[in-house]
Design a protein around this ligand. Structure first.
Ligand SMILES: Nc1ncnc2c1ncn2[C@@H]1O[C@H](COP(=O)(O)OP(=O)(O)OP(=O)(O)O)[C@@H](O)[C@H]1O
Ligand SMILES: [Mg+2]
Length: 363
């Protein structure tokens, strides 16, 4: 039985000289959980991962594995498996020796090494490649070897830094499903760094969204997708991302560039209570439809439309603000046509325009 491993980060700050890369990060990762660290380039994802690995020492804050403070324990004694973006296999070693290397460092007996390498290779479907050199492998195969090398020492925690970003789009989608399954089969706590929102949504149990060294929101894929805490989160997740339009609270309605729509039922009491007037209205492209004729919604005109096979993305100018809405395949649109964007009320998310924070999360 694998032992349990919970990770707790408490008030982690990391400075490089006078630059602050991480700002007081507190995060708990459960045993056997798949946690994605998602954020744009330069947001501090890798820095946080390497801090968990022990490669970086936090300037402030403590790290706990299963309640034990490991902040001062060197990386080699933390028993973590690390997979990097560029897999960095040893070029002069065959696949077998690449995978065996961490065990040789530990002076594991030869027979045991042999058995362990075979076992992990079977798991990753690379047992036929053990006799090749890294340059004789495809990118996807090299990536599996790198994961095998990280897993062979049976780490307590698996840390992955954009491990799929060197693969082509199709292979990424294939490997991400396999990796997700493997993580659950092994029951190993995993932290996965990515800037790809689709990857985070597809793979993670929970996602921590990071921007400029701060965690903005931690939640299940559903929570961060449908109930973003900040405009940034709504705008970072989804393809196309969440739409935003300015709205004013007026006489119990929302005025959106001259279109009058009902305040969504779930927000009526809250708006009353908070007394906010300047709102940012967010909705996802599949939580709206393009209709013609009289209907409550945002009046606008068709700016463009892009067929995508099963559906199409219609871009609509709502008084100069562009929003994107999915429409069924085959529906015909013409440029400049007057339409109404009808919103699915229960999926609307309202933000305070000044702080860009969702109303439900306002203090
Ligand atoms: N060793 C270092 N010395 C100084 N600054 C650093 C160092 N490592 C990282 N930084 C800075 O810290 C910030 C966060 O870097 P980090 O590598 O963690 O970003 P990231 O989210 O992983 O980005 P990417 O998606 O591009 O890999 C960046 O502004 C980076 O320039
Ligand atoms: Mg990085």
């Amino acid at each position: 039985m694998r032992k349990m491993v919970r990770i707790a980060l408490e008030g982690i700050t990391k400075r490089f000289g006078d630059f602050t890369a991480l700002r007081s990060i507190t995060l708990k990762i459960n045993d056997k959980e798949f946690m994605a660290l998602l954020g744009p380039s330069g947001s501090g994802k890798s820095t946080l991962l390497y801090t968990i690995a022990g490669i970086y020492r936090p300037t402030e804050g403590r790290i706990y594995f299963d309640g034990k403070d490991i902040t001062d324990i060197p990386p080699k004694d933390r028993n973590v498996g690390l997979v990097f973006q560029n897999w960095a296999l040893y070029p002069h070693m065959k696949v077998f020796d690449n995978i065996a290397f961490p065990l040789e460092l530990r002076k594991v007996p030869k027979q045991d090494i042999e058995a362990k390498v075979r076992e992990v290779s079977q798991m990753l479907h690379i047992e036929d490649l053990l006799d090749r050199y890294p340059w004789q492998l495809s990118g996807g195969q090299q990536q599996r070897v790198a994961i095998a090398r990280a897993l062979v020492k049976e780490p307590d925690v698996l840390l992955l830094d954009e491990p799929l970003s060197n693969l082509d789009a199709l292979l990424r989608i294939e490997v991400r499903a396999e990796l997700k399954r493997l993580q659950k089969e092994l029951g190993i706590t995993a932290v996965y760094v990515t800037h790809d929102q689709a990857e985070a949504l597809a793979m993670a149990d929970r996602i921590a969204v990071i921007r400029a060294g701060k965690i903005l929101q931690v939640g299940t894929p559903d929570e961060v997708y449908y109930r973003p805490k900040y405009r940034f989160v709504g705008g970072f997740l989804g393809n196309p991302p969440m739409n935003f339009v300015d709205a004013e609270v007026e006489n119990g309605y929302l005025n959106v560039y001259g279109s009058r729509i009902q305040i969504p039922a779930q927000y009526r009491a809250l708006i009353e209570k908070l007394g906010v007037r300047e709102i940012l209205l967010g909705f996802r492209p599949h939580d709206a439809e393009v209709v013609r004729g009289a209907a409550e919604g945002l009046a606008g005109e068709v700016y463009s439309f892009e067929p995508l096979g099963r559906e199409q993305i219609v871009t609509i100018s709502v008084n100069g603000a562009f929003v994107k809405v999915f429409a069924p395949e085959g529906e015909h649109f013409s440029f400049g046509e007057r339409v109404t964007v009808k919103l699915r009320e229960d999926r609307i998310v309202l933000f305070d325009r000044k702080t860009e924070k969702a109303l439900e999360f306002l203090p």
